[in-house]
Design a protein around this ligand. Sequence first.
Ligand SMILES: NC(=O)c1ccc[n+]([C@@H]2O[C@H](COP(=O)([O-])OP(=O)(O)OC[C@H]3O[C@@H](n4cnc5c(N)ncnc54)[C@H](OP(=O)(O)O)[C@@H]3O)[C@@H](O)[C@H]2O)c1
Length: 299
Amino acid sequence: MLGKNLTIIGGSGGMGRVFARYFKKHGFKIILYARNEEKLEQTASELNVKYNLSLKESVKDADIIMITVPITSTVDIIKEVVPLLKPNSLIFDITSLKHDIIKVYEGIKNEYPINCLSLHPMFGPGIKDMRNYVMLVLRVGGTLNYNEIVKNLLDLFKSDGLVINETTPEFHDKKIAMTLGVPHMFNILFLNLLRRLNEPLNELTNYTGTTFLLQKVFAESIIQREMEMFGDIQMQNKEFYKLLDEFEDLLKDYKKIIQNKDKKGFFDIFTKGLNYSKEDNHFKESYKYFYEFMKILKK
Ligand SMILES: NC(=O)c1ccc[n+]([C@@H]2O[C@H](COP(=O)([O-])OP(=O)(O)OC[C@H]3O[C@@H](n4cnc5c(N)ncnc54)[C@H](OP(=O)(O)O)[C@@H]3O)[C@@H](O)[C@H]2O)c1
């Protein structure tokens, strides 16, 4: 059985709020912990849950401890909190990179009688309904009750329509470099390329129909999100460095094709991209989706 006392470390942050609301709705007794009292008190009163400014006090009765602090603080906070936990409790983080975290849990699970799990929700604090969103799951291990405790938690998520995908740290960080690092990078670069050309975006919008408008809005929505986390997702992930080398080579090849007016080369790279995307489930309807988005923007 899953105990009902749940402490959220980083409870005043964007994701802490999302999960505090979620678990409260499911009858858990929530305590929030973070460092800044004003923000913590405000969040706790908004959500009508308790808070505690002492890490030790906040987790002393906790059956479940959720860690939702920035990527680079996660390892340290796990190490700090684990000696304070009661036997058989479940600790899980939701941080966006897994290589270092899983290594730390591997050591902990042999030293302390607790259960360790690592999750990565594939959504941000703006979410209203978790249905059909993906939760990545990395099992670590722990006490004899491990499988039952983890099953209870995952069953809860599944009952709300979350899609559970189990993975390993290597796979996770490699894929995240592609699915988060790449689109973040392209959109940061898109806006900075135009900025360097000194053209106000409003001015450029007068010279556009569809593609630019959609791309611009997408980039603008990304650039207003969590700067520190987006930076860490790229800087702290060795897999992303490999991908940058690949990108550099690709850009060099592309520059040559364009400068040499190499029509065959252009046809070749275009067709390769086309054939690659043909396999994708969204491919067939993508032009239709594109105009659905445009309808909103042209209102
Ligand atoms: N945002 C997303 O879209 C998203 C999606 C999936 C996963 N995640 C992961 O979720 C985690 C949190 O992200 P977020 O966007 O919710 O961050 P956030 O809004 O910046 O919130 C961070 C929280 O952690 C607290 N905190 C920061 N440093 C701390 C420390 N050293 N010790 C204790 N508490 C600390 C902050 O409050 P104080 O500064 O007052 O302590 C705050 O409550 C990250 O690991 C991120 O990778 C985020």
